[in-house]
Design a protein around this ligand. Sequence first.
Ligand code: ARG
Length: 590
Amino acid sequence: SHLSPPLGTVKHQISKLVKISLAKCFPGDACIEPLVAICTNKFGDYQCNNAMGIWSKIKGKSTEFKNPNSVGQAIVRNLPQSEIIGSTSVAGPGFVNILLSDEWVAKSILNMLCNGIGTWAPVFDVKTAVVDFSSPNIAKEMHVGNLRSTIIGDSIAKMLEYSNVKVLRRNHVGDWGTQFGMLIRYLFEEIPDWEDANKNAIGDLQEFYKSSKRKFDADEAFKKRAQEAVVKLQKGEEQYRAAWEKICEISRNDFSQVYKRLKVEIIEKGESFYNPYIEGVLKKLDDLGLIKESEGARVIFIEGQTIPLIVVKSDGGFNYASTDLSALWYRINEEKAEWIIYVTDVGQSQHFDMFFSAARLAGWLPNNSIPKTNHVGFGLVLGDDGKRFRTRSSEVVRLVDLLDEAVSRCKQELTQRLENNGKISEWTDAEIAETAEAVGYGAVKYADLKNNRLTNYTFSYDQMLNDKGNTAVYLLYAHARICSIIRKSGKDMEELKKVGSIVLSHADERVLGLHLMHFAEIVEEACTNLLPNVLCEYLYNLSETFTKFYTSCQVVGSPEESSRLLLCEAAAVVMRKCFYLLGITPVFKI
Ligand code: ARG
C-alpha cells in the first residue's frame, strides 16, 4: 500500500505535473520549462512562477487570457489529478501556490522508512564525476589547507554518490617536479645504505627535506647534481626511480594516518601518473594553434588575463599547468568523467580559471553542457590571533596532532560528565573511546563544513566542542537523544514501520514532516552549488524543528504514539544521512 520509490525531489515531482498542465494550456508552445520553487509564504509549500513570463509573451495576442492571474488559473485547472497536491490557490499576478497533501507527505515519509533513504535521492544528468581533493605534496607536511580540501572534497563526493553519480575520488598528490632531484641526491650522498629495507633511513621526512634544501641553496655543485638527478628520474633510471618510490612511500604512510582517522577513501593518482601524457596533449593543443613562444617558454594566451598560461618552462620542463591539462584530458577521454571538480584553496583560482579557459579554447569543455569543470575554492583557517593557523612556536600544525587533540579533549569532557552524573559504570572503555573519536573528528569536520567554504574561519577547540549552539557535539547528542526516546518506548520499530502509519495532525508535526521532505532538494542544491554548508544548515534546522515538535507533541504514552515514534525515527534517519554525507560518525549513547 506504500508508494513506489519517488523519483528525485518533491520539486521535481511537482514540476512534472506543471509540465503536463502547461502542455495542455499552451499546446502550440512545445515546451515551456516549469518554474517551480519552494514557497516562502504560508499559502503554499511550493509555488509555480510561470504565469508572468507566459503573460508577457502572449499579451495582446490572446483572447483567452486577460491578465497573468488568468494564466495562473489555467495552470491550476489543467494540473493532472495527483495525490501529491492537497490544495492550490492563485495569488495576484498569477503565482500558483501549492500545498502538499498531508496524507501524501506522511505516506512518503513512511515509504522512505520502509524502502530506505535512497528513494529520496536527487537525480543528476551526470553519470561520472571526478572529485580531485586533499592532494598534499610529497615530502611536505600535510597542512590545514589539505585538511579543508579533504573534508570538503569527501563531503561533495559523498553527496554525489548518494545522488547515484559514480565518483572517482582522486588524490592529485604533488609527487613530481624538481624538488625530487634534490631529495634523491641528498639521499644518495647522506644515507648510502638507504636501500636497506629493514630501517627507515630517512626518519623525519620534513627534517630531511629542510636539510636537503639547505644544502641545495648553499652548495652550487650539489645543486648541479640535483638537477641532473631530475633528468635521470624523468628518464626512468632504476636507482632514481627506486629512491623516488622510497620517498613517496614515507609521505604516503603519513597521509594515510590522516585519512584513516577521518575515514576518508581516496585513490592516489599523483602528478607523476599524467607525466607520460603531457607530450601528446601539448601536441594536440599545438596542432590547434594554441601554443605560442614567449620569453623562451611555451604558453597559451588567454583573453582577459594579464599573463599567459605557461605550459613548457624556458628550461624545457613541464609544470603544474601542463600536468593539469593532461590530467583533464585523461579524465575526460579515458575516464569519461562528465563533471570534474577540484577542491583547493582560493589562492589557486587563477590557475584553474586559466587552465579551464585553455581547455575551452581547445574545445574540450563545451558551453553550458557536459563535460564541465568547477574549482571549489576555500578560504584560510585562522588562529585566534586572526593570522594563519599555526602552533604556538609558529610552525605548521601537524594534522595528526590536531585531530588527536580534538579527540583527547572530547574524551576528557565525556569522562568528566559521566562521572558527574554517576553513569561512568554504564560505559566500557571502548565505548568511551569510540564516542570521543566520533565526536572529536565530527567536531573538526563540522566546524569546517558549516561555514560557506569561501570565508576564512577561526579554528577553536572551545567553540567546536561546545555542546550548545551550531556544533557537531550538539547535533550528535540531539540525534542520540531521539534514538533514546525510541529505545525507551520499548516498541519494535521494524514492526511499527510495517503495520503503523503516520498522521500529521499537529502543526509542528507537519512542519517537521515537510522539513524531512526537503532533504533531497537540499542535497541537490548543495551539489549543484558545491556548498556543503547548505546541508549543515539544513541539519541544524532539522534538529531545531524536531525540538519544537518534541516540545509541543507528547510522544510516548500519547494516543498518537506510534505515528509520532515513526516521525522520530524518520528524523533520526535523515539526521544520520546528513552526518554520513558530512563524513561524521553518529553516536547512539549519551
Ligand atoms: N598539490 C596541490 C597543492 O598542494 C594541489 C593539487 C590540486 N589538484 C590539481 N589537480 N591541481 O597545492
